[in-house]
Design a protein around this ligand. Structure first.
Ligand SMILES: [Zn+2]
Length: 107
């Protein structure tokens, strides 16, 4: 079974504190069912100085969000849509938008 959300996809957050935010998927973690999305789920992290002349402090960084909180955002439909798989005669599966039927791959 293929993943519906892949690296490079444009997605919208549909649940959680970042609900409504949109961004591009930087990385997918299939085992954890999470994805890292550009500009989504920023958390503050305390950083300790590693060198004597380096200052510690707080940095903001993105953390992966559950795939269940994300929905593929179709540019053509202009809204988050469902992704369907279309089976080709050669056995390959292509992802397409359930709304406008536009094929998502290849990019
Ligand atoms: Zn569409």
């Amino acid at each position: 079974m293929g993943l519906k959300i892949r690296k490079g996809d444009f997605v919208q957050v549909i649940k959680g504190k970042d609900s409504g935010k949109k961004g591009r998927v930087i990385r997918v973690y299939p085992k954890e069912n999470r994805a890292l999305v550009e500009g989504v789920n920023f958390v503050k992290k305390h950083v300790r100085p590693r060198k004597i002349d380096q200052q510690g402090g707080i940095v903001s960084m993105e953390k992966p969000v559950p795939l269940a909180n994300l929905k593929y955002f179709c540019m053509k439909c202009g809204k988050p849509t469902r992704v369907r798989f279309r089976l080709l005669p050669d056995g390959n599966k292509l992802r397409c938008c359930a709304g406008c039927q536009e094929i998502i791959e290849p990019r």
